[in-house]
Design a protein around this ligand. Structure first.
Ligand SMILES: [Zn+2]
Length: 961
């Protein structure tokens, strides 16, 4: 007994994982399927620099269920793991490890050395990942994982880049973009979109003194939430159509948008002198706010800007063309160059910093925006403004502000040179080919993803970093570019052997062509360009595997979290469209975010969620898998992870199905292996329910609807256990044809069902399959359920389903009536009447009903569904109840004594009561059968091993055996 209790499902899972390994079940499940029938799945590479969390686990399960299903459908589903190795996540770790605070530090450390450190730290967590993925029951080849840092992978990226270059889809340009001042690099717009946080900033309203024209000596009021950009101010923009007012406040004149007047001037007394249009103000000059760039060409003028609105601020907009898209456009139009008064590392240039520092403002080498400190430089600027009588008012604002997705530093909008992919040029095509993709949930197609495509911008792909695939561009002194598309090409042009394409290696390689010397440009590629190149890089296309690629592109299936609509889904789509004019995948499942039970983000610090490995050890991986797959998290909705939910799966699904299996195993020796004949209505019913569930599940899996495919399974388990097995117990105990039929039916049901649950619950599927087949023998013909084919659906007898449904409704009404009338189920009742619309209930259904509700006879009438039960008790019925009660008690005693069905007993019963004696003569046989007794006597015998004094139907009864 003890042994059996210890073998929980969770423990058995670990043994099964060993069994699969020992017999190479995964490899066989791939190789057994024909090569010419591929089903291509792309695994999105996770960063190898962190541990797997519930988000990864959720996605991993989806990526296991679907491939297992299509394998069973006869397809060859190769599954190879990938690692995303390059980029800021890795660099940040090495920076921390060696205390490298800036680019300069890294250059001093040595780029080669730095990259070596990056390479060696990349796979830090690989072993931990392997453990989790294996325990989860996910089948994927992790031993031959592709890595984005492999030279083959990088060469394919070069091929992608060169292909785009040849299509003139790559260009270099200067644009205001978001940069991370700490990482000192540009981020793409979709990286920026990933991380917005609320921050507190100071907004200021500044006074600009007009120096020419009709309003000379009046002050323009200008509002900004980024005081640090004010030294870069070159223009003040007004909307020429809008109305402005000139007011007098105690002798000082201000100009402000008319509709903004009340909120801007709310704290001062003033009279309105004049109302004018923006057009009247255009052309006047004003005194520079800061004197540092006072000779800047064409600057410090009031100009017209259509984008100026009366929605917030003062109606007059501060323009710094180095720090914003509208600003840059206006600067270009007005022919005034940006003043770049800030370094990319987010500190002021000396021309600003030195004089301010000398006057006592702490700004020198001080980052404008840091994690946890977004305001200190702005405060210095504000103090300077106040001291120079340029400050009109200030206010704290809380606004949503972009942050670096890797290091959490607030970003700066900053104009800089970068290389771009001309995404805007293929935007329509991106939108069109998206229509061919099957999105789950469907609203992603037109919604989150579709909208993102419609607003697609050119993609900034160069990063002034170190650990990444270098842009394959070499530049001559006079500004000519060479783009290289392969290792071979570089070797040919340089005359050097090349084994590694990383920056510190190839930066040393010079090319001489037509008498000109070319050196490589500085930047490496955005790591999202690399993961977007996964369909090519993972199989070294087009340098190898050409045919394989062509047969399997686009992929049938991918799955990731909803954040990837702006990440991997997007870059896959952009690159495949740029290369081939088609989508990279046909079906995609988008999962939501797994939150802690309290609805908050899962946080290691707060420990507000249970460790995934511990949960798997406690309830089993199958429980976690089924729980997650049956929630709306597989339809992009957020999920509050509930350990109780996992526990419920373990109790209501896994334990119950295992109990059904044990029940079958108990009688299995009597199973003669026949096919079910469906003569008993219970058998027809359960097989129809099985086929109905199979059809429902097949439809769901074919359309990638994981949660509906999962949920129908639970309903079947409940029906199987609480109806079929419950109603078939006596059939199993009996001997003869009916038992053979019941066993045959249960066998077929369990075997078929083991295949149906196999994709979702690979371990439980295996347990049931091997249990029916006779144990984990490791023999070829029944090695694993996962080598089996998906079951064919058989007949669904809808009339049987309907009639049994009706019978079960009647049963539940009778049970309600018994409860209300105070007649427990063990007390047999005489008769009942049931009303049904047809006025008929088949004989077999009547038997099922009467057995279940313990009533002797049923009368059926036509009418709306209802029942009436005769609660009256006759001495005969009371004796019948007594017999049942005794049977029940004996069985409880047998159980307490640890008896199995093999153990027969010699039963002795004794009572003074005549009613008991009478009951004994009437029910001797049924008690004997029901208690597995060889003999039964009406005597008291104190020499028996087990005995009990009981009170049954108000009579004293002694029981012993
Ligand atoms: Zn950063």
């Amino acid at each position: 007994m003890e042994e059996q209790k210890k073998l929980t499902h969770a423990l058995q899972e670990e043994q099964i994982a060993d069994y699969w390994d020992k017999h190479s079940c995964f490899e066989k499940s791939v190789q057994d399927r024909p090569e010419g029938k591929p089903y291509v799945f792309y695994d999105g590479p996770p960063f190898a620099t962190g541990l797997p969390h519930y988000g990864h686990i959720l996605a991993s399960i989806m990526k296991d269920v679907i491939p297992r299903y299509w394998t069973m459908r006869g397809y060859r589903v190769e599954r190879v793991w990938g690692w995303d190795c390059h980029g800021l996540p890795v660099e940040n770790i090495v920076e921390k490890q060696f205390d490298l605070g800036s680019r300069k530090d890294i250059e001093k450390f040595g780029v080669g050395e730095f990259n070596d450190k990056c390479r060696s730290c990349v796979m830090t967590y690989a072993e931990e990942w392997k453990k989790v993925i294996r325990r989860l029951g996910r089948w994927i080849d992790m031993d031959h994982a592709y890595k984005t840092m492999d030279v083959d992978y990088m060469e394919s990226i070069w091929w992608v880049f060169k292909s785009l270059w040849d299509k003139e889809m790559i260009y270099q340009g200067r644009k205001p973009m978001h940069v991370c001042p700490r990482c000192e690099t540009v981020l793409s717009n979709f990286e920026v979109a990933q991380e917005y946080q609320d921050v507190t900033d100071i907004s200021v309203t500044v006074k600009l003194k007009v120096e020419s024209g009709k309003y000379k000596d009046a002050y323009l009021l200008v509002w900004t939430t980024t005081p640090w950009t004010l030294p870069g101010n070159v223009l003040a923009a007004v909307n020429p159509e809008m109305k402005y007012v000139l007011v007098d406040a105690g002798g000082v004149k201000y100009l402000v948008g008319e509709s903004r007047r009340e909120s801007v001037l709310k704290d001062i007394k003033y009279i309105v002198l004049e109302t004018v249009t923006g057009f009247d103000l255009v052309g006047a000059t004003y005194e520079p706010i800061f004197p540092f760039f006072k000779d800047h060409k064409n600057a410090f003028r009031i100009v017209a800007g259509d984008f100026v609105t009366a929605e917030d601020g003062t109606g007059i907009v501060h323009i710094a063309p180095g720090f914003g898209e509208d600003d840059m456009q206006l600067g270009l139009k007005e022919k005034v160059d940006p003043i770049m008064h800030v370094h990319m590392n987010g500190t002021f240039v000396d021309q600003v910093a030195d004089p301010m520092q000398a006057d006592g403002y702490e700004v020198k080498d001080r980052p404008l925006k840091q994690k946890g400190d977004t305001m200190s430089v702005d405060i210095e600027v504000l103090k300077w403004l106040a001291h120079h009588d340029k400050l009109f008012s200030k206010e704290k604002v809380i606004h949503s502000y972009p942050h670096c997705w890797r290091c959490d530093t607030p970003l700066l909008n900053y104009s800089t040179e970068s290389w771009f992919v001309r995404v805007t040029e293929i935007r329509n095509q991106l939108v069109q080919t998206n229509k061919e993709i099957n999105w789950v949930p469907e609203n992603m197609k037109e919604g989150r993803f579709g909208k993102w495509l419609e607003g697609a911008r050119d993609w900034a792909i160069s990063r002034s970093r170190f650990w990444g695939t270098p842009l394959p561009i070499w530049k001559s002194e006079d500004g000519d570019f060479l783009c290289i598309g392969s290792k071979g090409e570089l070797e040919e042009l340089s005359g050097q052997k090349v084994d590694d394409l990383h920056k510190h290696i190839i930066d040393k390689i010079e090319i001489v062509k037509n008498g000109k010397k070319y050196t490589r440009i500085d930047e490496v590629l955005d790591c999202w360009f690399e993961s977007g190149s996964m369909p090519y890089g993972s199989i070294h296309y087009p340098f190898e595997n050409k045919l394989k690629f062509e047969q399997g592109f686009p992929a049938e299936f991918i799955a990731e979290g909803q954040d990837q609509t702006r990440g991997w889904f997007y870059t896959l789509h952009v690159l495949s469209n740029a290369l081939f004019g088609m989508p990279a995948f046909k079906n995609v499942i988008v999962n939501g975010i797994v939150l802690a039970e309290d609805g908050k983000k899962m946080s290691k610090r707060l420990k507000n969620y249970p460790d995934p490995m511990e949960v798997m050890e406690k309830y089993g991986a199958d429980a976690v898998r089924y729980y997650l797959m049956s929630t709306p998290a597989v339809r992009a909705e957020n999920l509050r992870f509930s350990e109780a939910g996992v526990d419920e799966v373990s109790k209501k699904f896994i334990t119950i199905l295992r109990n059904v299996l044990s029940f079958y195993e108990l009688y299995k020796e009597h199973d003669d292996g026949r096919s079910p004949l469906l003569e008993n209505i219970l058998d027809s019913w359960i097989l129809s329910r099985l086929n109905e569930t199979l059809e429902e599940q097949t439809v769901a899996l074919n359309s990638y609807e994981l949660s509906s495919g999962a949920r129908c399974l639970q309903g079947f388990v409940t029906d199987l256990s609480t109806w079929y097995v419950r109603r078939s117990r006596d059939r199993m105990k009996s001997e003869g044809e009916d038992r053979q039929e019941a066993l045959a039916t249960l066998r077929v049901v369990l075997e078929t069902f083991s295949k149906m649950i196999a994709p979702y619950m690979p371990y439980l599927g295996e347990v049931v399959y091997q249990g029916v087949k006779g144990g984990f023998a490791g023999s070829d013909e029944r090695l694993s359920v996962h080598l089996e084919s998906w079951p064919q659906s058989g007949m669904v007898q809808t009339d049987v389903l309907e009639k049994m449904g009706q019978a079960r409704s009647i049963v539940s009404r009778v049970l309600d009536a018994r409860e209300a009338g105070g007649r427990p189920i063990k007390q047999a009742l005489g008769d009942m009447t049931a009303w049904v619309s047809t006025g008929e209930i088949g004989k077999q259904y009547q038997t099922v009903i009467l057995d279940e509700v313990n009533v002797k006879a049923i009368k059926v009438e036509r009418g709306d569904l209802k029942v009436e039960v005769n609660m009256g008790l006759t001495p005969e019925l009371i004796r019948d109840g007594m017999a049942r009660d005794i049977t029940r008690r004996v069985n409880q005693m047998r159980k307490d004594a640890g008896f199995t069905i093999q153990d027969r007993i010699d039963l002795k019963i004794y009572s003074e009561s005549d009613e008991v004696k009478r009951m004994f003569t009437e029910h001797e046989l049924s008690i004997k059968d029901g208690t597995l007794a060889d003999s039964i006597e009406l005597i008291k015998d104190d020499s028996v091993e087990h005995s009990q004094e009981s009170r049954i139907a108000e009579q004293d009864v002694w029981i012993g055996f």
